[in-house]
Design a protein around this ligand. Structure first.
Ligand code: KG4
Ligand code: ZN
Length: 347
């Protein structure tokens, strides 16, 4: 089964062709990703209008390239999948409308994929990951702990009450004068810093839920930075180290609680899976490892190019849904907000 996948919900324009074999394993035949970081960097963050326009300009070429690299004509594709949300609505409309046009012209089924579902199923692209498993999704737009019980069967255990973790990294970087995207910058500077120099809060610590709150931490960094101004290079290094240390502690505490909730509500998880750009952070990887080890559960982190936004995960979620007999009508709506867990409000 061959699926073309299209991703345009944020600042990556991507298309991919993925094969799902009868045994449920995957082969990525192509995964073309064009990042818009250069367009957004001057503004210190993603600008929705610029993102939508860049998707319009690039998507056709990127789809053609994905088919060419896969060595398969459109006629050989079994279905067209696009991320139909959640995300920046302009970009979502571009990707979903393009997918609908291809599906209509080529007479293929359409699959309107929830972007969060694609992250949730992404570990299954590269290794057999049996259900149920505990997903920790941490990107620039999302922070969620989810019980993944099967294809189309998700229960949200926790989410952020304000900023996403990646967003907190980006905002902290910005207030310290570091370029966008801030995560890798903060990590690099933290390596040279002394975390103990600043006492930062650990919001939500030990609360009996798996929710996050990051905005108070970001404010605490701002107050310390104002107090220490003008900032030397060492001050920036130390603030980055203290911030990253706090985030790592928060992630450890919230995931311990998330895994406990998982066990209580869904039985033992088969794995802890981490996805999203923040999973690239070495300090966070170390706490994920420690939490998984202490819990006696395997840690699975997809390779970096599949952790961040990409078309292959959309194609794969489409393939998993197609295999389960789930397709969508051509009037499927683009959605700026779309909860993975329909039993909970969007967020
Ligand atoms: O998943 P992703 O590529 O895009 C979406 O947001 O959907 O995640 C990007 C986010 C950004 O906020 C970026 O600063 C953060 O992931 N990030 C990191 C690191 N690399 C990327 N955060 C902390 N440490 C990193 N090494
Ligand atoms: Zn994403």
């Amino acid at each position: 089964m061959l699926v073309l996948g299209i991703e345009t919900t944020c600042d990556e324009t991507s298309a991919a062709v993925v094969e799902r074999r009868p045994d449920g394993s995957a082969a990525i035949l192509s995964n073309v990703i064009r990042s818009q970081i250069a367009e957004h960097a001057p503004f210190g963050g993603v600008v929705p209008e610029i993102a939508a326009r860049a998707h319009v300009e690039q998507l056709d070429r990127i789809i053609a390239l994905a088919l060419e690299k896969a060595g398969r004509p459109l006629a050989a594709i079994d279905a067209v999948a696009a991320a139909a949300g959640p995300g920046l609505i302009g970009g979502v409309i571009v990707g979903l409308t393009t997918a609908k046009a291809i599906a209509l012209v080529a007479n293929k089924p359409l699959i309107a994929v929830n972007h969060l579902e694609a992250h949730a199923l992404s570990p299954r692209l590269t290794q057999a990951t049996p259900f149920p498993y505990c997903l920790f999704l941490a990107s620039g737009g999302h922070t969620q702990v989810v019980a993944v019980r099967g294809v189309g069967d998700y229960r949200r255990l926790g989410t952020t009450r304000d900023d996403a973790i990646g967003e907190a990294f980006d905002k902290t970087a910005k207030l310290l004068g570091l370029p966008y995207p801030g995560g890798p910058q903060v990590e690099a500077r933290a390596r040279r810093g002394h975390a103990q120099r600043f006492a930062l809060p650990r919001p939500m610590a030990r609360q009996r839920n798996a929710d996050f709150s990051l905005s108070g931490l970001k404010t605490a960094v701002r107050l310390e930075a104002e107090r220490a101004a003008p900032l030397s290079e060492q001050d920036v290094d130390d603030l980055c180290a203290a911030f990253q240390d706090a985030v790592a502690d928060i992630v450890a505490d919230r995931l311990r609680m998330g895994l406990a909730l998982f066990r209580a509500q869904h039985g033992p998880p088969r794995a802890l899976v981490a996805a999203g750009g923040v999973a690239a952070n070495g300090a966070i990887r170390r706490v994920l490892d420690a939490v998984a080890r202490a819990d006696g559960v395997a840690l699975i982190v997809p390779p970096p190019e599949l952790c961040t936004d990409n078309g292959a995960m959309i194609a794969w979620a489409g393939a998993e849904r197609l295999a389960a007999g789930l397709t969508d009508a051509l009037d499927a709506s683009p959605r700026a907000r779309w909860s993975l867990d329909e039993t909970r409000r969007a967020g």
